[in-house]
Design a protein around this ligand. Structure first.
Ligand SMILES: Cc1cc2nc3c(=O)[nH]c(=O)nc-3n(C[C@H](O)[C@H](O)[C@H](O)COP(=O)(O)O)c2cc1C
Ligand SMILES: CCCCCCC(=O)C(=O)O
Length: 358
């Protein structure tokens, strides 16, 4: 159990307090913040609190089974690690390698961020099942070289982030004048060769979040890889339907943890309309504000195959490296098991949408 001078952790929120105590305040703000007024950041958690769970009774079964698979990848519970950038700001010695080790030991899928601070090959050396998150770069030759590296490293799916035609306006970052990584920490995957402009020093300014990225690029990507492709950042049912028509294999209902367009709705509030639009043709995942086993249960009941965790993983990492992340995952697993049991469900698939009321 991670303990600091005056804190013990009993749940995922407690880890934020530990991390705040340990982190440089500028890095804490980078991890914790949302865009502008942070309306969406707050809405994600508030929406989970607003929804109520209706248990079913007298089901007479054993302990719930949490294990299952998503897009052919086994997972010990329906929880993935969402892609988050710059893990060496939280755990300088190892960064993403510590996160990957904890995910492997917990038997869950880690979505490695393109903007990791060690390379995808180094993460793969530490990790179990990995998916690779991609911001499609206008330099398609470079983008393809990243895809080939992810494939060669053994990544089992590509997660294309589509909510970032520009960077969200982060005022905590502006106030802290935090616009680049400190010396010695880089966007490690961006340092490789293969860029048509020859720039390869891994500085954040080399990353392009471009409004030119379109469905044409998704079609292009579909043609260059056989890996399953998920789009991350889908909130509109028409986009969800178009993604399925484009041959996309899965969707992540996400508002980037409230870091991109502020005042977008909470993800859990968008899940039902997206689930209706997709009609079970591809798996749906959800992230944003998942902090409790009951949150996971609500998302599963409303149509998600699994959820992804963003900040709590960073808090665990900052608190204790791989051990801290392991503890976050183990706390959530225990809560999920308990919540499923109390809901009368022997597995995630036994939940029904009428068990969530608004
Ligand atoms: C510090 C930080 C960095 C992030 N970096 C990325 C990233 O590089 N790529 C991406 O697609 N999403 C990124 N995200 C968004 C997460 O993948 C995820 O959507 C979000 O954190 C989920 O919300 P939660 O933090 O409330 O769990 C980042 C989020 C945070 C907090
Ligand atoms: C132009 C670099 C942007 C880094 C964004 C990483 C991210 O998605 C986030 O912080 O959120």
């Amino acid at each position: 159990m991670i303990r600091t001078t005056h804190m013990e952790v009993f749940n995922l929120r407690d880890f934020e307090d530990v991390a705040r105590e340990k982190l440089d305040p500028v890095y804490y703000d980078y991890f914790a913040s949302g865009a502008q007024d942070e309306v969406t950041l707050a809405a994600n958690e508030a929406a989970f609190r607003r929804l109520a769970l209706v248990p079913r009774i007298l089901r007479g079964h054993g302990p719930p089974r949490l294990a299952g698979s998503v897009l052919g990848c086994e997972s010990s519970m329906p929880v993935l690690l969402a892609p988050t950038a710059f893990h060496r700001l939280a755990w300088p010695s190892e960064g993403e390698a510590a996160t990957a080790r904890a995910a492997r030991e917990a038997g869950v899928i880690m979505i490695a961020a393109m903007l990791s601070t060690i390379t995808i090959e180094e993460i793969a050396a530490a990790g179990g099942t990995l998916w690779f998150q991609l911001y499609i770069q206008p330099d398609l030759g470079f983008t393809e070289s990243l895809v080939r590296r992810a494939e060669a490293a053994g990544c089992r799916a590509l997660v294309v982030t589509v909510d970032s035609p520009a960077l969200g306006r982060n005022e905590r970052g502006d106030r802290n004048d935090f616009h680049d990584l400190p010396p010695g920490i880089f966007c490690a995957n961006m340092r490789g060769s293969g860029r048509s402009d020859g720039r390869n020093d891994g500085h954040v300014r080399q990353v392009s979040l471009s409004p030119e990225i379109s469905w044409r690029h998704v079609e292009w990507l579909r043609g260059v890889t056989r890996l399953p492709i998920l789009l991350k950042g889908v909130l509109h049912p028409a986009d969800a339907a178009q993604a399925v028509s484009c041959g996309v294999d899965g969707l992540i209902v996400s508002n980037h943890g409230g870091r991109q367009l502020d005042t977008t709705p909470a993800t859990i509030d968008r899940l039902p309309v997206i689930a209706d639009a997709v009609g079970g043709q591809v798996p749906l995942l959800l992230d944003g504000g998942v902090r409790r086993g009951t949150d996971v249960v609500k998302a599963l009941a409303l149509g998600a195959s699994a959820v992804a965790l963003g900040r709590p993983v960073l808090w665990g990492l900052a608190g204790g490296g791989a051990d801290g992340v392991a503890q976050v995952l183990s706390l959530l697993r225990r809560e999920l098991e308990n919540a499923l049991t109390l809901c009368g469900a022997d597995s995630p698939g036994a939940l029904t949408k009428d068990q969530v009321v608004g």
